[in-house]
Design a protein around this ligand. Sequence first.
Ligand code: GLY
Ligand code: MN
Ligand code: MN
Length: 486
Amino acid sequence: MKSLPLYIFIAVSITGFSQNPDLPTDFLSKEFHKQRRQQLRENMPPNSVAVFFANAVRNRANDVEYAYHQDPDFYYLTGYKEPDAVLLIFKDKQTSTTGTAYDEIIFVQPRNALAEMWTGRRLGDAGVREQLGFELSFNNKEFKKYNIDFSKFDEVLFHEFQNDVRNDPRDSSDLYDLVNQFKAKANFQEKTGLTLSVEPQRNNLNALKLGSIMDGLRGIKTPEELELIQRAVRISCQGQVEVMKAMKPGMSEREVQGIHEFIFKKYQAEDLGYGSIVGGGHNGCILHYIENYKPSITNKELVLMDLGAEYHGYTADITRTIPASGKFSPEQKQIYDIVLNAQQSAIDAIKPGVTFQQISKIARDIVNIGLKDLGIIQNESEGTRYYPHGLSHHLGLDVHDRGDYGELKENMVITVEPGIYIPDDSNCDKKWLGIAVRIEDDVLVTKDGHELLSGSAPRTTREIEAMMKLPSVLDNFILPSIEKKK
Ligand code: GLY
Ligand code: MN
Ligand code: MN
């Protein structure tokens, strides 16, 4: 074949023609992952090694697996999205038998034309070097033979095993085997007592420390991570906006869920950060209600919608509560405004140095006083009955993300999510029964304050009612009946 003229070569390079047209271009960069591994190394104790395993493939039923999702720590450190892999990170340089120095090594599933035809492309060990920037990578079949003396390290760090991984007997280097091969190499003893989860034969095995090191790293977001979180948040806000415009009494919880999730997909979010919660009326009182079975939401009911698009691994976590009719009843508005006031007051207090506990107390005190003023509780200590969950958690690769829960620090991303839920069997005036309100926003802690990331989804009752009056792109989306003709 003739070689390309130089001008074509240059044009291809500049315009990025060489990009794989099957893939987005805004994944975390390999430099990000490499830098995160280096950061981990700097936080590891002297003379130690950290061992990470890819997430397990989980079976849904028969021969159908759940869609694969990488373990967030593994993804954070590697960018690798496939199963059956193990990563070793060494505090200090190691020397191979051939004299090469290395301080990290990854074992990944091999290329396999037949398997790839059925279940998708694989990077293989060469792809991991080329695309993820590892210098040393091997086929996972090599792990068994990999000669490593774990006893020479002062500490071998790993996450506690749950022993809930299936063995595929046709594959001698799947996750089940990799874990067992590690256990044999490290002389890991299974737990025998009720209290100790790891009973090391030697005392250099540590299944606890890695969690707190990873909390410290993942709790503070880098600029690249913030880009992706902000995108996930903007997508999720747009889902809330479009539902507000499209909502009509008589819609099912499932249809509302579907509108949100269609918007997520329309903006290329590949996943959900957690099961979508759409609770009409008293279903909103079930905090993690993901059944979404109610066929018809009535015009007197609120709809509590807690959904998060996951974009390139990072998730949003946003809740809006709206009236199906487009207008809050006086009772709904009274409850709503207590929750909003609690939320806004907590958000206003966010800045570095303030603690999670302090902002939680601000919100809880306002909810308690509000419930007492309305006569729903008699004294403020009863408030937890109607506000039974925490205010905030870290947000990132996990919806309940890793992070420290002491003082807020710059570049943490947290949720602020007070709620009031009044189930039907509550001991209060029946006009309040079935009202459930949660308002949840995603907030970045900045150098001297905070930034509300999810402000583009209306939050006040006035803003919500105004948004619900606007026309929807779905107003003319009318499908034919699929009922059988009698
Ligand atoms: N969506 C789960 C939560 O708000 O924590
Ligand atoms: Mn949340
Ligand atoms: Mn939520």
